[in-house]
Design a protein around this ligand. Structure first.
Ligand code: UT7
Length: 320
């Protein structure tokens, strides 16, 4: 029987503390108008000192399980997309597994930075279709503010913390679920957006460095290609897409992709204004927002896409 990875529920969590552009401009040579005009961001959430990526992930996952009407013990696979793990190893996903009280199945992390959730969804989809698992928790969770140089205005204003999660179930005889995935990387972009530390190179965590203008150009071009690819892979017309649920790096990049799809702004989920760029967490956060707000409805077609450091980029189409 042909299996499909069906979305049973979504959940998300944002740390309590919200930091406005105005607050940032007290300690940084920047201003609200510049940040809004160039990015669309008004504020971002920042995790408390004792709040780790796994804590944000567990809260989002718990909400997704409730929405899916499943118990933690029903889950037999956890995939966490993150670039800000609690520790260099073990995989933070195993800590989430333990915090949720799950003692069976398997859990692992995926690192594709801001495209992490797109990569994690594609990975989960293939595992579920192969029958390696029945119920999957796919999570994007980040504490990006821990790897910011708070004196670098070109990056400090762009990122935030948060987590989003989805529960997927392998089901037969259905037209719902993930219709297809496209993943790409090009390591030629490795030095354009990176963290200048790591276990192997500096034995430290490092901070984010980005050549913003260069990344912006590649993001618009590559996302345009990814959108064409995913429509072809899924045999879906542009006009069939009900919602664009994009990675929330920059409103101008999102607008360019929506234009490519001929989608009006009312069909695009925007969360970047109050969350900034939460890297791998941004798509599941946006998906959960869209579903809980009653915008995205059962039966509709959703296109998710992201571009990231690496470069790594991709897209998925899901029938809700
Ligand atoms: O999620 C992973 C993928 N990441 C992305 O997709 C991010 C892609 N890049 C971007 O979103 C944009 O390039 C940025 C938002 C990072 C920057 O916007 P931009 O329109 O490309 O600005 P820019 O880097 O060309 O900088 C324009 C000016 C510069 O001043 P000069 O050289 O023209 O005098 C910057 O120094 O803006 C200055 N600037 C700032 N001014 C006030 C840079 N950062 C700031 C700031 N506040 N925070």
């Amino acid at each position: 029987m042909k299996l499909q990875s069906v979305l049973l529920g979504t959940g998300s969590y944002l740390p309590e503390r919200s930091v406005s552009n105005h607050e940032l401009s007290k300690s940084l040579d920047t201003n609200h108008d510049w940040i809004v005009e160039r990015t669309g961001i008004h504020s971002r959430h920042v995790a408390a000192d004792d709040e780790y990526t796994s804590d944000l992930a567990v809260k989002a996952a718990t909400r997704a399980l409730e929405a899916a009407n499943l118990k933690p013990s029903d889950i037999d696979m956890i995939i966490l997309a993150t670039s800000t793990p609690d520790n260099t190893f073990p995989a933070t996903a195993t800590r989430i597994q333990s915090k949720l009280g799950i003692t069976t199945g398997f859990a692992f992390d995926i690192a594709a930075v801001c495209s992490g959730f797109v990569f994690a969804l594609a990975t989960a989809d293939n595992y579920l279709k192969q029958g390696m698992a029945k119920n999957a928790l796919v999570i994007g969770a980040e504490t990006m503010t821990r790897i910011l140089d708070w004196e670098d205005r070109t990056t400090a204003v762009l990122f935030g913390d948060g987590a989003g999660a989805v529960v997927l179930q392998a089901q037969g005889n259905t037209d719902k679920g993930i219709l297809g995935n496209t993943l790409r990387t090009d390591g030629a972009g490795y030095d354009q957006l990176y963290v200048d530390g790591g276990a192997s190179s500096t034995q430290s965590t490092g901070v984010i460095k980005m050549n913003g203008r260069e990344v912006f150009k590649h993001a618009v071009t590559r996302l345009g290609e990814a959108v064409n690819d995913i429509l072809e892979i899924c045999n879906v017309e542009q006009s069939d897409i009900d919602w664009l649920v994009p990675h929330q790096a920059n409103k101008r990049i999102i607008d360019a992709t929506a234009k490519k799809l001929n989608l009006p702004d009312e069909r695009v989920i925007h969360t970047g204004h109050s969350q900034a760029n939460t890297s791998a967490a941004s798509i599941p956060l946006a998906l959960d927002y869209g579903i809980r707000e009653g915008k995205i409805k059962p039966g509709q077609l959703v296109l998710c896409e992201a571009f990231a450091g690496g470069y790594a980029w991709g897209a998925n189409i899901i029938r809700i």
